[in-house]
Design a protein around this ligand. Structure first.
Ligand SMILES: Cc1cc2nc3c(=O)[nH]c(=O)nc-3n(C[C@H](O)[C@H](O)[C@H](O)COP(=O)(O)O)c2cc1C
Length: 184
């Protein structure tokens, strides 16, 4: 292989697109689109990470209220994902109403789930760490909601049906062809 040295931006791929819900002290909800969504601690406890810029409205909401929900959209929600990532809730926009998304009450946190997303993770903020041009928000997953039709007859999650939006570098892709069975 002949390799060239390339300027790295978003060098690790793929990452899922997440729609993160938060709310203000009065319970008004907001949505931010993130490409930087990670697993951090995978079983005991289950902690996830989000990289959010200080300039966003969501950064302040989650810092203050210390709760958020990670909603994982399907590719059918690509337009809404781009829209939620192109306007700020700081400008008074209710992104649920504006972009036709349905707020559903969560069980343990104030921010709502996005009804159209097949997977929703209710999270409590654990810590915020400054990391270069973003801040890393670490959250403990309290409840995971999974759309029931995504399970097969054996009770296994049918990965082929998840249809997440993934980012590879700066592009958007579809994934989901299983190549071997689960390793655990
Ligand atoms: C596909 C996509 C991925 C994005 N990823 C991030 C991200 O990982 N971190 C971030 O701070 N902003 C990210 N953004 C930008 C925010 O979504 C955008 O600034 C948004 O308008 C902030 O909303 P808010 O001010 O209501 O919180 C992304 C936008 C898009 C469209």
């Amino acid at each position: 292989m002949a390799k060239i040295q390339h300027h790295p931006t978003r060098p690790i791929y793929p990452t899922p697109v997440g729609l993160i819900t938060s709310c203000d002290a009065e319970g008004n909800p907001n949505i931010i689109t993130l490409g930087e969504v990670f697993n951090l601690s995978i079983k005991d406890p289950v902690w996830v990470g989000l990289a959010i810029r200080k300039a966003t409205y969501s950064h302040g909401l989650i810092s203050q209220q210390k709760e958020f929900v990670v909603n994982l959209p399907t590719t059918a929600l690509l337009d809404q994902a781009l829209q939620c990532g192109s306007v700020s809730g700081r400008d008074g926009v209710n992104k649920f109403e504006e972009f036709g998304l349905t707020p559903v009450a969560a069980q343990q946190v104030e921010p709502p789930l996005i009804g159209e997303c097949p997977i929703n993770l209710e999270c409590r903020l654990v810590n915020i760490v400054e990391v270069g041009d973003h801040d890393l928000f670490i959250g403990e997953v309290l409840v995971e909601h999974v759309e029931e039709s995504l399970f097969d007859e054996q009770g296994q999650l049918a990965l082929e049906k998840l249809d997440p939006i993934v980012m590879m570098r700066w592009g958007f892709c579809r994934v989901g062809e299983r190549i071997i069975p689960d390793i655990k």
